[in-house]
Design a protein around this ligand. Structure first.
Ligand code: 5AD
Ligand code: SF4
Length: 499
């Protein structure tokens, strides 16, 4: 093993990138690289980039400007700093990155991360661009973290189960940057989650660009659905909570809906992007479903799990979107009563069909975005207000803002601050919500800490049961024409696996 060298990985965009950044660090750890939080003292800086919208892609170049200065300063001190660009900008722009930012030593696409040790070694003497889709499965070669490292990363973890997309929505670069759909075999996912559980992880989010299109090989040799995979993963000792993201409405099959009905550990919170409330625009987007299909899925989901809350992604100003089309998106926000949602101005992406369609003026997009965000915020605030006085199961994750406080997540992913001893980190405890702030809930433990410290794998009460009160509030809220299905969310919080 070579001498210890420092590595800084900065992740942009979605959870897929967060997961990949960890795997890159784990793979390079065996080459003697030790992670550092700051780029200043790093010998290798990796920017793991996002290409979903122009703004995201441009961020990379401003970051590269900053890192270049660090590289130059280090060179004056006789120190060599290597800069690598990974992720979807790397895949989409390849050589162009080095033309625009000559300080970059290595460009590596998402399918080649397992080759990093070799690529980094070669980049010491030549510029390297590797954006191939190699025949081998990178997951077979990417290293996992040590037990200590997993412990240090906390009690929640992402696990990639699926990558790529075959849907080809006309606005989206994903099918081009991440390639065709690929699902990992069940046995490999289970083994990875068993290792995480062994190191104290309690909550796992299965991630994929199109996670509910999952069709990995099962132990019986047959392709398993996401619903079947969730059933299997729910049996792993120590794993108390499951989530998955991001889903496509047309892939919500019966087995997945049944998993929501049958698995108390599957959290009642679903990110199901709609993109537009207008059937005309959905067709132009090639979304392969209508608003009616989407609403029917929600009805089935709510029948399976009555305390389900939803979030979504919306695009405003897609080519051809009229005021009437846009109003349909506004209306559906109130109709579904989203827990929270991300909204974006349409951003033309090179090489995608919508980029060459007739564009909506920028000022129209900006104005629509503001109106949509207002509607989303209104729903979110109503949901948070509806949480007041209710008791939720909270997975305590880490120290909170103030001494003696811990922060955890509600079933709906809301951050909850609560006074509790550090010994409860990793436990799922009932917390009564007493105060609602714009980005957090504040609560108190609803049962004596001593008993909860002995809490084991499964929550003492399933989320459905512990949210019984909240469900009552839900019904009441709907009667009053408002909704409690909102959550504490901000842009930049990564919930969608693609952005
Ligand atoms: N412009 C704006 N938003 C986009 N998204 C994907 N592609 C684009 C684009 N070209 C949004 C979609 C998707 C989320 C991850 O990002 O809403 O669900
Ligand atoms: Fe695939 Fe989702 Fe992109 Fe559509 S929006 S092409 S479903 S990744």
């Amino acid at each position: 093993m070579s001498q210890s060298r420092k590595l800084h990985v900065k992740s942009f965009g979605c959870q897929m990138n967060v997961y990949d950044s960890l795997r890159m660090a784990d793979t390079l750890a065996s080459e003697g690289f030790v992670e550092t939080d700051t780029p200043e003292d790093a010998e290798l800086v990796i920017l793991n980039t996002c290409h979903i919208r122009e703004k995201a892609a441009e961020k990379v170049y401003s970051e590269l400007g900053r890192i270049r200065k660090l590289k130059e300063a280090a060179a004056r001190d006789g120190r060599r700093v290597m800069i690598a660009v990974a992720g979807c900008v790397a895949q989409a722009e390849g050589e162009e990155i080095i033309r625009r930012a000559p300080a970059v030593d290595l460009v590596v696409g998402p399918q080649s991360y397992h080759r990093l040790p070799d690529l980094v070694a070669r980049a010491a003497s030549e510029r390297i661009v590797d954006t191939e889709f190699p025949a081998e499965d990178k997951f077979d070669f990417l290293k996992g973290p040590s037990r200590d490292k997993t412990r240090a990363r906390g009690v929640t973890a992402f696990v990639t189960v699926q990558e790529g997309c075959d849907k080809f929505c006309t606005f989206c670069v994903v099918p081009y940057t991440r390639g065709a759909e690929f699902s990992r075999p069940v046995a490999k996912i289970v083994a990875e989650i068993e290792r995480l559980a062994d190191a104290g992880v309690r909550e796992v989010t299965l991630i994929g660009q199109n996670v509910n299109a999952y069709h990995g090989e099962g132990p019986d040799g047959r392709p398993w659905t996401l619903g079947e995979l969730l059933h299997r993963v729910s049996t792993i000792g120590g794993i108390a909570r499951l989530r998955y993201t991001t889903s496509h409405p047309s892939d919500m099959d019966e087995t997945l809906i049944a998993a929501h009905r049958d698995l108390p550990c599957l959290m009642p919170y679903l990110h199901l992007p709609l993109q537009s409330g207008s059937d005309r625009i959905l067709a132009a987007m090639n979304r392969r479903h209508t608003l009616g299909d989407y609403l029917a899925v929600i009805t089935r989901m709510r029948a399976a799990r009555s305390d389900l809350a939803l979030s979504s992604d919306f695009i405003v100003g897609f080519p051809g979107e009229t005021e009437e089309d846009f109003r349909a998106s506004l209306e559906v926000v109130d109709q579904v009563g989203y827990a929270g949602a991300f909204s974006f101005k349409y951003s033309p992406r090179p090489g995608t069909p919508a980029a060459t369609m007739e564009q909506v003026p920028e000022e129209v997009k900006a104005e629509r975005l503001q109106r949509l965000q207002k509607a989303i915020d209104r729903n979110q605030a109503a949901f948070n207000a509806g949480c007041h006085g209710h008791t939720f199961d909270v997975l305590l994750e880490k120290p909170g803002r103030h001494a003696g406080q811990l922060v955890g997540r509600s079933p709906y992913l809301q951050p909850v601050q609560v006074m509790a001893p550090a010994s409860l980190i990793g436990e799922i405890v009932p917390v009564t919500i007493l105060e609602i702030a714009s980005n957090s809930l504040f609560g108190e433990l609803a049962a004596p800490a001593g008993r909860m410290a002995n809490d084991d794998a499964a929550p003492t009460r399933g989320p459905a049961e512990s949210n019984a009160g909240a469900r009552g509030a839900d019904a009441q809220a709907r009667q009053q024409g408002r909704t409690r299905h909102a959550s504490v969310r901000e842009e930049g919080d990564v919930i969608a696996a693609r952005a």
